[in-house]
Write a new protein. Sequence first.
Length: 268
Amino acid sequence: MAVADCAEDSKVGGGESLTAGRVVGALIAWDPLRRREVWRVEHEHLANGGTLATAGNLVFQGTGRAMLRAYRATDGKVLFEAPTGTGVVAPPITYELDGEQYVAVVAGLGGGMALASGSPPPETLATGNAGRVLAWKLGGTARLPEPEWTPRPVQPIEARLDPRRVEAGRKVFARFCSHCHGPFAISGGTIPDLRRSEPAVYDALPSIVLEGGKLAGGMPSFAGFLDSADVADLRQYLLSRRAALVAEEAKAAKATRAAKPAPTTHPR
């Protein structure tokens, strides 16, 4: 069974996520007769795939961190793993064709937990959550293409922030936006991360939120629930979250530079 288990708090992207670091995934083998856990495999991401158990003492599962794994059913030992390009939430299947057995799975991260995780898997970001149907067989040689993706640094936006309006915007976001765009505006990787939006998006929020400016892309209008003052507060909150991310990335870059060894010099 795939479950979510509580762990310690963690901070992600300039703010504490509701789930990242606190809720993790696990694959658990359960003995129904003795009513006890037999073995457990912890996962790095909370949203993971269903399972396929075979008569050959194998359990297959795709993970939110873009791997398909085969475990020994008796003790959970990993016997095989292969990359899937992005996270997996679908269960694998198996079939036989011309005397050969195949295992197949649909790769693509989605669902409510993936949206609200606030912990975007880097593999999903790198591939743009590219969905695929993947199949394996003994002796198969096909390989996934390597993703060509480098995260762009977030550029700061100069804005005067009012703490009261930021707090009001936080409440608006938590109630109306966080279910899709993630807790504290930290996207799960399948919906745009609003902290990283182009500057023009913040100015276009009234059109997007109240007039359905992004309706064709699946973003509904909230005209019946929010007004222009709410959207102005929301803009303040999103800009505050962007500023926090800019500060965090600058701190991480400084730490990376400090960790690099100094160049070696030789006396002449």
